[in-house]
Design a protein around this ligand. Structure first.
Ligand code: AMP
Length: 286
């Protein structure tokens, strides 16, 4: 497995691959877990070459967010990726990715303000910018993203479309713990008590899904059921719980199969997100 820190070396490596071979690319911020590995395995099944990037991207963090504390376990991450048969890992530094500071941005203006974009101004501009730059370096055939970050998927899909990027977007399902908690590198921040509270987030999504299956279509009534569950858990503080169209991220008044229920909640000082599409995503593992 090649581990490359220099952007130009990574670009040269990707450019040197046999043009008839598919290159699958999985951008990550590291602290690799089964959610990331599910995307790696999807690429290993489809693509001749699988590339992963590990980069805690400063431009997608707000000034009071967890950039400095974000978990970093490079050696462990590399061992996990090597075991999966990944051929190349790109591990740039912030100076390498932004050698002259940050003057050039990619901004998917309207989508970037929705869901987490409302409470994390500039977050999706940072995401779109770094993903675009990574695509310029890797020039992948396919890029793999997790449904866990549903708004990120919508932003990247729109960017690919608007900028005619020659890459196929593959979206992998959310990998969860046995009690339903979506895997996240940020789960490492949780104390045992917070971890216990956190399981309620996916329970709220499941209850909304069940109400939809029983025939409820009014989103205010569906969301009320989920809000109650979250507000009854003293360890959680709701940021948003909303029902939106998965492509536009705009709220819908009536839920239809595929409507995205998205939630963000604070567990102590850790902000967790989760989502499910009614009638599409199976959350019945609790
Ligand atoms: P991150 O390192 O958190 O930026 O995530 C890198 C990629 O892994 C993103 O496309 C995420 O959506 C995806 N991912 C993170 N957690 C999960 C999960 N629990 N299930 C599936 N994909 C995930």
């Amino acid at each position: 497995m090649q581990v490359l820190e220099d952007p130009y070396q990574f670009q040269a490596y990707c450019a040197s691959l046999d043009a008839s071979h598919a290159l699958g690319f999985i951008p990550t911020m590291g602290a690799i877990h089964e959610g990331h590995l599910s995307l790696v395995r999807a690429s290993r099944r489809q693509d001749e070459v699988t590339a992963v990037s590990i980069f805690v991207n400063p431009t997608q963090f707000g000034p009071s967010e967890d950039l400095a504390n974000y978990p970093r376990h490079l050696e462990q991450d590399l061992a996990l990726l090597e075991k999966e048969g990944v051929q190349v890992v790109f591990t740039p530094t912030p100076e390498g990715m932004y050698p002259n500071g940050v003057a050039t941005f990619v901004d998917v203006a309207d989508l970037g303000q929705r869901l987490c974009g409302a409470s994390r101004p500039g977050h999706f501009r940072g995401v779109a910018t770094v993903v675009f730059k990574l695509f310029q370096l890797a020039a992948p055939t396919r890029a793999y993203f997790g449904q866990k970050d549903a708004a990120q998927v919508a932003v990247v899909r729109r960017m690919i479309h608007d900028l005619f990027l020659p890459v196929e977007l593959v979206v992998g399902p959310i990998v969860r713990e046995r009690d339903g908690l979506a895997l996240s590198s940020r789960n490492a921040y949780l104390s045992p008590a917070e971890r216990h509270s956190a399981r309620i987030i996916s329970r709220a999504l499941r209850i909304i899904g069940e109400a939809f299956d029983s025939g409820e279509r009014s989103t205010p009534r569906l969301l009320m059921k989920g809000t109650e569950v979250i507000e009854n858990e003293p360890g959680l503080r709701l940021d948003y719980l909303t029902a939106v169209d998965g492509d536009t991220l705009l709220p819908v008044a009536e839920a239809v199969p595929g409507t995205l229920i998205a939630v963000a909640a604070l567990v102590g000082s850790t902000r967790l997100i989760d989502n499910a599409r009614v009638d599409h995503d199976d959350l019945y593992l609790l």
